[in-house]
Write a protein that binds this ligand. Structure first.
Ligand code: NAP
Length: 531
């Protein structure tokens, strides 16, 4: 039986995969999306833990490629909950008739580039197919990290991971619950779980900064104002460093007086969520300025949390923003409840997981449910967990073992006709993801169209351009305080991972660069290499 042949295979049916399918199919290519889950949504399918919601305002965290779509869709809250984002994505899929070309429950096991045929051979849990192009729309935070806790398999209660939460309702009523980790996922879920559970034990290794979301119903006036000029609103946001509204301030914290800083930090604390870091232009550039914001945020923790010892434990000690800032709805307040206990893993490390719960220090905590909120193998994990082999059978995992190198976060040397959406070396996680991935989808689709129109069969990046690009990525990061702590931005949350800073900081220069590369016939990429 002959293999099914396609122009483009897209891996993943999240925000990126859906838009790619729409774009490429509209341009006349034969396309299929392969999706491991039984439904679409990507991140917004898997991360359905209690309290899961987006921390970018809804009016910004949405597609802009279709004016009617962005006008007609109404978000009910300032920050959308996971379920509403999933409904939105389903609406988009129905509106553009996308589901018929998505193959659900289809996991990609391997992708191998056949050099003789210049085709990718894709092996899935349902069979094999061949494609000219393969686009990895696998997301930056989609490979859950399960630490190798001794005895984890012995646990007999309900074991959960925030990054692969069950689709069935999980009810913690009358339960003792333990949660390990205090990143965004945990910080969002703790207030909700605390309301339900008999007792919640929070196991913290590193205290984190979190800004109150002050979420609420969508303000109809604000919605109408934005919708009256949606394209300009999107453009204005895109022109600042992170592609998010409210981050384009020019004043410096170090040049303001104490009263001015207090007022500004207060205003941003109460209104801006992630945009707290946009209070001044120097917060992520200058350690002294950063410490001013950090100390303001620490004082807030001490104002909210009544028990001074707990407040001290919850006060972060590192540079604010160098780990991804969190946005919450009642996180610090939850520690004022009698049924929430904070355990400091620095003084009471987890010795092992037992059949009943976990041993931390000398104490065993018996719990009905154990939640791992331990994050992801970010930015590269979803790619390296698939057996991807390029020229001469080289494996991507091996090629990246000393560090992920990519040209612009779009192409990888030795892996022809393979594109990544929001790959390492692009602003991705240091920007508003939806416009970032739309930019990449537009770029990749135009590139594939340009190749068809110009009779080019194979495109690839080279070692030289990607070395040069990743050096720049790191030089830019060196101008900031982003490298000053352990974070998933620099691979330090995964022991065996190369420690390097992966996102490109700066939406405007990045956008300019990739636009210029395309205008100059994909400068830096090589076409139809013969050896
Ligand atoms: P995360 O930020 O990486 O947090 C993981 C937590 O687990 C950290 O507190 C970490 O401690 C802890 N941890 C990891 N391994 C551990 C171990 N072996 N022992 C003890 N503790 C351990 O993961 P996340 O909370 O899932 O969030 C990941 C990212 O997803 C976020 O930064 C954000 O970009 C995105 N996200 C976004 C939203 C949103 O839009 N609202 C919501 C959730 C997540 P250390 O800090 O000490 O390593």
């Amino acid at each position: 039986m002959s293999l099914r042949k396609l122009d483009v295979v897209i891996v993943g049916a999240g925000f990126s995969g859906l838009f790619l399918l729409h774009k490429l199919r509209s341009s006349g290519f034969s396309v299929a999306v392969l999706e491991k889950a039984d439904q679409l949504g990507g991140t917004w399918h898997w991360n359905r833990y209690p309290g899961a919601r987006c921390d970018i305002p809804s009016l910004q965290y949405s597609y802009q490629f279709d004016e009617d779509l962005q006008q007609e869709w109404n978000w009910s809250e300032k920050y959308s909950a996971q379920q509403e984002i999933l409904e939105y994505l389903n609406h988009v899929a129905d509106r553009f008739d996308l589901k018929k070309d998505i193959e659900f429950n289809t996991e990609v096991i391997s992708a191998r580039f056949n050099e003789e045929k210049s085709l990718w051979e894709i092996k899935t849990s349902h069979g094999e197919l061949e494609t000219k192009f393969c686009v990895m729309a696998t997301g930056c935070l989609s490979a859950p990290n399960t630490p190798d806790f001794k005895g984890l398999d012995d646990y007999e209660g309900q074991l959960l991971h925030t990054g692969k939460w069950p689709q069935t309702q999980v009810d913690f009523t009358d339960e003792s619950v333990a949660i390990i980790g205090t990143g965004s996922s945990s910080i969002q879920s703790i207030p909700v779980i605390a309301e339900q559970a008999k007792h919640l034990y929070v196991f913290q290794r590193t205290a984190n900064y979190s800004i109150p979301s002050n979420n609420g119903p969508m303000d109809p006036e604000q919605e109408a104002e934005v919708k009256s000029r949606y394209p300009e609103f999107r453009k204005e946001n895109w022109e600042n460093g992170f592609g998010i509204a409210g981050m384009a301030i020019e004043e410096m914290a170090v040049e303001d007086d104490e009263q001015g800083r207090k007022e500004k930090f207060n205003h941003h604390w109460e209104n801006e969520g992630l945009g707290f870091l946009g209070a001044y232009a120097d917060l992520m550039l200058d350690k002294e300025a950063n410490e001013m914001a950090a100390s303001f945020a620490r004082n807030k923790v001490k104002e909210i949390v009544k028990d001074a010892e707990v407040a001290e434990l919850l006060s972060p000690k590192f540079t604010i923003g160098c780990k991804r800032l969190c946005v919450d709805s009642g996180y610090f307040e939850a520690f004022n409840r009698d049924n929430v206990t904070l355990i400091d893993l620095n003084t009471n490390p987890i010795n092992c997981i037992t059949s009943k719960g976990l041993m931390a220090g000398q104490e065993e905590y018996s719990v009905d449910s154990l939640i791992l909120a331990t994050g992801f193998d970010a930015m590269t994990g979803a790619l390296t967990r698939i057996d991807i082999r390029g020229r001469k059978g080289i494996s991507l995992k091996d090629q990246w073992k000393d560090g992920a190198k990519s040209y612009l976060g779009l192409g990888i040397s030795n892996f022809p006709n393979l594109f990544t959406v929001t790959g390492p070396g692009s602003p991705s996680v240091l920007s508003n993801m939806v416009p970032s991935l739309e930019l990449h989808v537009q770029w990749i689709s135009q590139c594939i169209e340009w190749m068809r129109d110009n009779n080019k069969k194979v495109i690839e990046s080279t070692k030289a351009v990607e070395e040069e690009w990743m050096t720049l990525v790191n030089e830019v990061a060196d101008l900031t305080v982003y490298k000053s702590c352990n974070s998933w931005y620099n691979g330090s949350n995964i022991d065996e991972k190369a420690k390097e800073f992966l996102p490109f900081i700066g939406v405007p220069p990045y956008t300019e660069k990739i636009t210029e590369v395309a205008e100059q016939n994909y400068q830096g990429f090589v076409f139809d290499k013969t050896n």
